[in-house]
Design a protein around this ligand. Sequence first.
Ligand code: NGO
Length: 543
Amino acid sequence: MRMRVGRLAACLTLALAACAPAAKPRVQPVTPPAVAAAPATTTAPTAMPVSLGLVPWPRELAAGTGPGLDVGPASKIFVTNAPAALRIAGDLAALVARSTGFRPPVTPFVPGVSEFVPPGSLSVTLVPGTTLPEGYQLIVEDSRLRLNAAAPAGLFYGLQTIRQLLPYWGEYDAILFQRPRPALIPPLTIRDAPRYEWRGAMLDVARHFFTVDDVKRFVDLLALHKMNRLHLHLADDQGWRIEIKKWPDLTAKGGATEVGGGAGGFYTQAQYSDIVAYAAERFITIVPEIDMPGHTNAALSSYAELNCSGQAPPVFTGTEVGFSALCVGMDFTYLFIDDVVKEIAAITPGPYFHMGGDEVKKLTPAQYRGFVERVQTIVQARGKQMIGWDEVAAATLLPTSVVQHWRPDAAHGELARAPHLILSPGNRTYLDMKYDDDTALGLKWAGLIPVRTAYDWDPAAIVPEAPAAAVLGVEAPLWSETIANMRDAEFLAMPRLAAIAEVGWSPAAARDWERFRVRLGAQGPRWAALGINFYRAPDIPWK
Ligand code: NGO
């Protein structure tokens, strides 16, 4: 079973070497094709061909004429001779192999040497300055496909688009053993780039533990939808999930259970680094969270000396919140926090450290603010930007700090002053809310969230008083009080994760529920082929 999950995970995000027979690249020098001029017209939102099952919808798309590119045995891939581009071209070759049974050879361009680029070719080029950050341009004609971007992330997102343009049956493992068949990519020009730089999801691995393979599979779901942040909620009352070498009991004791009393678990630092690297290959930044000063029973039960009373409370396997707090008046607490931040910062290449800060019921407002400000200094001294749930907006924040909005009724005055904002309104983005009253899993404190509710909102209208430049983007948290494994997680996340991905990526003017639900429905066969346990929401016309 583990093997299968690992293989599926590999196949799911185009680490496709694992899924298709390898072929040696044949080196044949050619010059890069010129980057195409802008298309004469782009489709107005009303004219968008919804038959293209793209999610998220691109910034600009112009349908072309002709039958499109027939990818077949004559196809070759030409690529900029740079490691990241070569890797993405290799993934493209594997993707084509899965769809057609033919693996196109990958040939690096050799600058200055001119050669004919044969019909049927695909090219992957890195051309600095040609696209917006994370953007790409994809031009498909009858005789060739050209993907170019200013940076590797853009090529990766272009590859995800190509994947959704190829037939879904390429996602089945079994197809490799069947007769090769041609795949037609429709003619079009796409100029794409995300609306927001922060397109994230959060996985709560504290309430229930999720294995490294589970997290990688979750990463795959994000990558498929051009999301680029995975926030890991690594510590809460019910479990501490990351090895801290100086404080081994955090995991030995605090990691040994979970909601309901199961065995729990934790990541060694090496395993965490493995997740970070896997995510980085998919252009996803890991954002580690150690929730404090509340939600800390796992730490408090591991070390008696962290408690004001000097007594360690028992481990906790229930789901109530707000009963635990670190001993904020004691200097020793900050030595502990510094050790934790230091070790996690050292294995986290991304610029962020999330300190939680939510639902603290045991401290006075002044104690709380003082705590947040002191932790903020520690995080900054360890080289990271502090993020906190929206309660931290009550403190005096550094210009680099980030506030994550989650309470639908949080005070807008404070949020508007936040140096940076991530939007995770509980009544729109919380993937752990039930779809409807019949949903067996999930909570409903923030309301029921059918797919349309997750889709039909504008991040710019959530805290209208906040300057547009302060809004980094959106994030969909998946809390795990009611979910115990990836099957459960997929059921709550999919399809709403795809809806949030489009909220974060696509321009507001291009978003439309009626068209989205058709495009989302077109993902059904692909997701089924990938073995994703998605909820067949009744408001979506699943293919
Ligand atoms: C809240 C709470 C979490 C719960 C979650 C459940 C935040 C930021 N704190 O969100 O502890 O798990 O709701 O939906």
